[in-house]
Design a protein around this ligand. Structure first.
Ligand code: GLU
Length: 441
């Protein structure tokens, strides 16, 4: 049976690179009916923090990566000490103060057979003696990693290729301890678009930040899978089951992957379009609450309908808020340019007064009836439809882009639409230098 592990250190949040490493391990284990072990590498008791640990566990759960076993290195110090003592007893290690150090045998070359990179030969001449236990009593990463990988019977070590320099050191320790070597698969780094290592400079890096922006977990999994792996065709959207079925280490690239935020958003938009509407509605209610919109008991059907109206337009939940936030507020934030262009045009106040009357008399208040009333008004006034519709859109939404205006009005409702029109009409009638102020009405 294949046994793999994902071994994050809780010294920071789970970031894109870590989650991708976790995912490749998880997919490999699920694809081969193996075991996925989560090992928290919390030996650094100063830098390890509970909040990071919680975030890592939450993010993995949110992404749907379940684990078969969970271990904490902090509770295994006795084991590491025991093995260090063994190496001391055998004369393979020596003490320096309280530290225990492994003596690297002279003239040694180490070969790594890497499943992705092939054979890598390293001259061990440059490898210095290895600290096993530091003077504060805590074990060094390369040592406890080897002990755990061996004792947990890990068959495949799948990790970022930034760890390649550690691997020969670890192989030497495997040999010293008489442990069987696992197979290694070093997966390519993830770089920003400027080809430097992905970091804060490139924007959000932690999984929880993407969650906060309203990226859906299925979409993030889909995107992460494509960072360094490809299915061998140009397919880009995969559900978890297909990923598990198609995933193979053989198709992992050797070269670095580039993180492309626009692509992630595009993939997310594909998921948004096809997501279960009820689930999407729940997520949006939560997002609105998180963003501080007045806690409201949204009429569920109304909200689902609105989401349906917008779901081909928004890429993330946060984007939905940007596009449709005006439905959830009492006042509207007016885009100055749009307001100046469309509300200051000739006769607009007059048209809006008439349009307001149309709305007052529209019954039932649905898009078809609103449209019929509007068309009639356009005809009577002898104007182009745009001369009325553009100002209406700006007056009601604050901007120039929206789904079909009649549906927007239906969702906004009679009362809110009329109130907004009245405020704008009043502003227009008091003219003067109004647009300096027409920001929020
Ligand atoms: N704790 C190490 C890290 O987060 C794990 C490395 C490994 O997988 O061996 O980089």
């Amino acid at each position: 049976m294949n046994i793999v592990r994902f071994a994050p250190s809780p010294t920071g949040f789970l970031h894109i690179g870590g989650a991708r490493t976790g995912l490749f391990n998880w997919l490999f284990s699920r694809a081969t009916k193996g075991k996925f072990i989560l090992r928290i590498e919390d030996t650094d008791q100063v830098r390890s923090e509970k909040r990071f640990l919680d975030e890592i566990l939450n993010s993995l759960q949110w992404l749907g990566m379940d684990w078969d076993e969970l271990h904490y290195q902090s509770s295994r110090f006795d084991i590491y000490r025991e093995y260090a003592q063994k190496l001391l007893n055998e004369g393979k290690a020596y003490k320096e103060g309280d530290a225990i150090i492994y003596k690297i045998p002279a003239e040694h070359t180490v070969k790594i057979y890497d499943l992705i990179h092939g054979e890598i030969t390293i001259d061990a001449e440059h490898i210095k003696d290895q600290v096993l236990i530091k003077s504060d009593g805590s074990p060094a990463y390369n040592f406890c990693c080897v002990i755990d990988d061996a004792l947990m019977a890990i068959t495949h070590v799948i990790r970022g290729d930034d760890h390649i320099p550690n691997t020969p050191k670890q192989i030497i320790l495997y040999e010293a301890l008489g442990f069987k070597l696992p197979k290694f698969a070093h997966i390519p780094m993830i770089l920003g678009e400027d080809r430097s290592r992905l970091s804060k400079r490139h924007g959000a890096t932690s999984i929880s930040e993407y969650r906060g922006q309203g990226i859906l977990p299925e979409a993030l999994i889909n995107y992460l899978a494509l960072l360094g792996w490809s299915p061998g065709n140009d397919r880009e959207i995969f559900n978890l089951q297909t990923l598990i079925k198609d995933f193979s280490l053989k198709r992992v690239n050797k070269t670095a992957a580039i993180f492309d935020l626009e692509k992630l958003k595009w993939i997310n938009s594909q998921y948004v379009k096809n997501y279960d509407l009820e689930k999407l509605t729940d997520l949006i209610i939560q997002m609105l609450k998180d963003k501080g919109y007045p806690a409201q008991d949204y009429a569920r059907q109304w909200l689902s309908g609105l989401i349906k109206l917008y779901r081909t337009r928004f890429q993330t939940l946060e984007h939905f808020e940007q596009l449709a936030g005006f439905f959830f507020t009492d006042t509207v934030r007016y885009d100055k340019e749009a307001a100046e262009k469309f509300l200051l045009a000739d006769n607009v106040a007059e048209y809006l007064v008439k349009f307001k009357e149309v709305l007052e008399n529209t019954e039932p208040f649905d898009d078809k009836s609103i449209e019929a009333g509007t068309r009639k008004l356009v005809e009577e006034a002898g104007i182009e439809a745009g001369e009325l519709i553009h100002p209406i859109r700006v007056a009601l939404t604050g901007g120039t882009v929206s789904p079909g205006i009649f549906e927007v009005i239906q969702f906004l409702g009679k009362e809110k639409s009329i109130t907004r029109l009245e405020r704008v009409i009043k502003k227009l009638k008091t003219r003067g230098r109004m647009f300096d102020k027409l920001e929020e009405l």
